[in-house]
Design a binder for this molecule. Structure first.
Ligand code: HEC
Length: 132
């Protein structure tokens, strides 16, 4: 319940930020160096991030902040993910997904990940957006 409320609040906040400042500026306040540590701790078990690195349990995330979803070559996405994720990732869209993956796309292969704490989200997204 708390997670779904958080996810919903985040979507509303993202929409408001996108309308006010234009997409992409909402996470300008995040610290990419702090975000790198969050990535190591929360994501690196399943994802590589440098260009050309192999897929792990999850797909490589290089350039994720402006990439079409579900398009990493050689990675086998779940049918649930392929059906639902028909967008191009933006920083706001990534934030909405990683804060509660199981709620955004029920049944996707990242569902066992419990989500990034709100306090770490801005730093993480700033780091991801810089990997391009
Ligand atoms: C337990 C393993 C696991 C962890 C931990 C994990 N992920 Fe994932 N992630 C996956 C899997 C598996 C997929 C593919 C989902 C599918 O196909 O259903 C995925 C997909 C994604 C996608 C979509 C990629 C695309 O090509 O469209 C993004 C973005 C993402 N993860 C970001 C993150 C971030 C950021 C973190 C850390 C906060 C993280 N993930 C932590 C397993 C994980």
């Amino acid at each position: 319940m708390r997670q779904s409320l958080l996810a919903f609040t985040r979507v509303l906040a993202s929409l408001a930020a996108a309308m006010t400042f234009g997409a992409g500026l909402a996470f300008a306040a995040g610290d990419p160096a702090a975000g790198a540590a969050v990535f190591e701790r929360e994501c690196a078990l399943c994802h590589t991030i440098a260009k050309g690195e192999p897929n792990r349990f999850g797909p490589n995330l290089f350039g994720i902040a402006e990439r079409k979803a579900a398009t990493v070559p050689g990675y086998e996405y779940s049918p649930e993910f392929i059906t639902m994720a028909i967008w191009t990732w933006s920083p706001d869209a990534i934030a909405s997904f990683v804060i509660a993956p199981a709620l955004t796309i029920p049944g996707n292969k990242m569902s066992m990940f419990q989500g990034v704490p709100d306090s770490e989200l801005d730093d993480l997204i700033a780091y991801l957006a810089a990997q391009k």
